[in-house]
Design a protein around this ligand. Structure first.
Ligand SMILES: Cc1cc2nc3c(=O)[nH]c(=O)nc-3n(C[C@H](O)[C@H](O)[C@H](O)COP(=O)(O)OP(=O)(O)OC[C@H]3O[C@@H](n4cnc5c(N)ncnc54)[C@H](O)[C@@H]3O)c2cc1C
Length: 471
């Protein structure tokens, strides 16, 4: 298996494939790991995935825990207290740290990562894909996954359409210290926000402010912005640069919003930013990519190991494309809510009021954090297709028991079996499990694939997700 691109998506996918002993080579065009620093937010569902793979402690050691709420269009409402997760918070962490942790995890599991190797071309046939590198070297693989970012070479070579809206405005975003007194900042920000979109200075930790300002006039898109660019733009917009200094990280982004028409063409697939791009409002891009990888990994592994039911690989697009569509839409809505247009401001005030209703607030937070995702597995109880939260079992935490990336039957009847699939699916009998259904079958990504108590029905669903039983 070859993965093009060792960003967060590629590194996560490599690790997931290695859990199933699939040989993995990650080709990364950059010779060195990314040196720029951008602090990103890991939302609840991503933290849950990290917990399911034993990475959460390391993430928590290196990141900063923050409340889960206040992310939808930066509307400052606290999250409901009883969100359905054992990890109901956000972790702010530099993106290179996440990539490093995932890379370390993938290599510890046996993935090979080759840097300085840009994929420039490929050709696929019935049996595999021939991948061509910039220096002309050719490599053969059964599947190729493009995790090569928003300007994906793989997507372009596949000829897959990337419809959506082009970037119309550029924004500077960063975290830095500020010399001006807090009251002066608050007054100025309130005044400027009336007339300027995409402008804020907001506390982001002791003495540190998150700064967002339109990038107009800061020319070279190819170069990372400097503190002087921020000073210049702040002076142009606010008449003062607020004495900004000591930047933690500086970045810029456009508002292009696009979604790949297809996630798979034959033996070549797309994941992460290669499949979808959108502005970072709400902080969902990296989360979405890592979750794509988590969805795809076990399915691709099943295909390579030979036990995948015929339609399993197609479920990747069927499940993840609608999730990305929804993220793109909520991002469009959030961008519209940042507009200074009086109509948009009125809608923002109205939504701010509506968020006082618990269900509205909860709905938006479940969207942004991805704990509200429900895949369409057909008719059934509401839990079917959703991820199960981490619960305590007599054998330990559920998520700890999913670490090997296998399926799991959580059986409160203590009389069902997974015989025939025990090489792919674990069986946990626990009459006291905190579930309000008799049994659930979990896929390796923690989503509920079946609910019930009938062995024949269970066997049918084991076949549906895990293929034919072993003899
Ligand atoms: C200012 C800003 C703030 C953000 N904040 C958040 C946030 O809070 N939360 C969040 O979830 N997301 C956030 N994002 C988005 C997030 O950074 C991206 O969604 C994420 O990096 C996507 O990961 P990826 O692995 O899919 O792609 P990338 O990170 O783009 O990785 C792609 C990799 O592929 C390599 N590559 C490219 N072409 C080739 C090739 N031909 N051959 C081999 N290798 C290749 C690249 O060198 C790169 O290493 C933010 C983005 C910006 C700009």
């Amino acid at each position: 298996m070859i993965i093009a691109g060792c960003g967060p998506t590629g590194a996560m996918l490599a690790a997931e494939l290695r859990l199933h002993d699939v040989r993995v080579l990650v080709l990364e065009k950059d010779t060195e790991p990314v040196s720029f620093v951008r602090i990103v937010g890991l939302h609840i569902r991503s933290l849950e995935l990290m917990a399911m793979r034993g990475l959460l402690e390391r993430i928590l050691e290196r990141g900063r825990q923050r409340p889960a709420g206040g992310f939808f269009a930066a509307i400052n409402k606290p999250a409901p207290e009883d969100l359905d997760s054992a990890h109901a918070y956000l972790v702010g962490i530099p993106q290179p740290v996440i990539v490093h942790l995932l890379e370390e995890h993938a290599t510890a599991l046996g993935a090979q990562i080759r840097r300085g190797c840009a994929v420039t071309d490929f050709e696929q046939d019935d049996d595999g894909v021939t991948v061509v590198l910039a220096d002309g070297e050719q490599l053969r693989t059964r599947y190729l996954v493009g995790c090569d970012g928003g300007r994906s070479t793989i997507r372009k070579l596949l000829g897959v359409g990337f419809p959506g809206e082009p970037s119309r405005s550029e924004t500077l975003m960063g975290e830095m210290e500020v010399g001006a007194p807090q009251e002066e900042i608050a007054a100025k920000v309130a005044e400027i926000s009336e007339t300027h979109e995409r402008f804020w200075l907001r506390p982001a930790g002791v003495g540190v402010y998150s700064v967002v300002v339109p990038a107009e006039g800061v020319s070279d898109r190819a170069k990372p912005p400097t503190l002087d660019d921020f000073r210049q733009r702040l002076r142009a917009v606010a008449g003062t640069d607020f004495g900004v200094h000591s930047p933690r990280w500086l970045s810029r982004f456009g508002d292009a919003t696009r979604l790949a028409e297809r996630y798979r063409v034959g033996r070549v697939l797309l994941a992460g930013d290669a499949a979808h791009i959108h502005p970072p409002i709400g902080g969902q891009g990296l989360n979405l990519g890592v979750q794509d990888a988590f969805n795809l990994g076990w399915k691709l592994a099943a295909q390579v190991r030979g036990w995948a039911p015929v339609t399993l690989l197609d479920t990747y697009q069927a499940e993840r494309h609608p999730v990305a569509e929804d993220v793109l839409d909520n991002t469009r809505a959030q961008m519209a809510l940042l507009s200074t247009d009086p109509g948009a401001q009125a809608v923002r005030r109205l939504l701010t009021e509506l968020m006082d209703f618990d269900e509205v607030n909860r709905h938006l937070i479940e969207k942004i954090t991805a704990i509200g995702v429900r895949y369409d597995f057909g008719a059934g109880p509401d839990l079917l297709g959703r991820r199960l939260r981490d619960i305590d079992l007599k054998q330990g935490h559920l998520y700890g028991l999913l670490r090997r990336g296998r399926g799991l039957l959580l059986d409160r009847t203590e009389r069902l079996t997974v015989d025939g699939w025990s090489d792919r699916v674990d069986h946990l009998a626990d009459r006291s499990a905190a579930l309000d259904v008799p049994c659930v079958l979990l896929r390796p990504d923690g989503h509920v694939a079946w609910i019930g108590d009938d062995q024949q029905d269970l066997d049918d669903h084991l076949s549906r997700w895990f293929g034919e039983p072993a003899n």
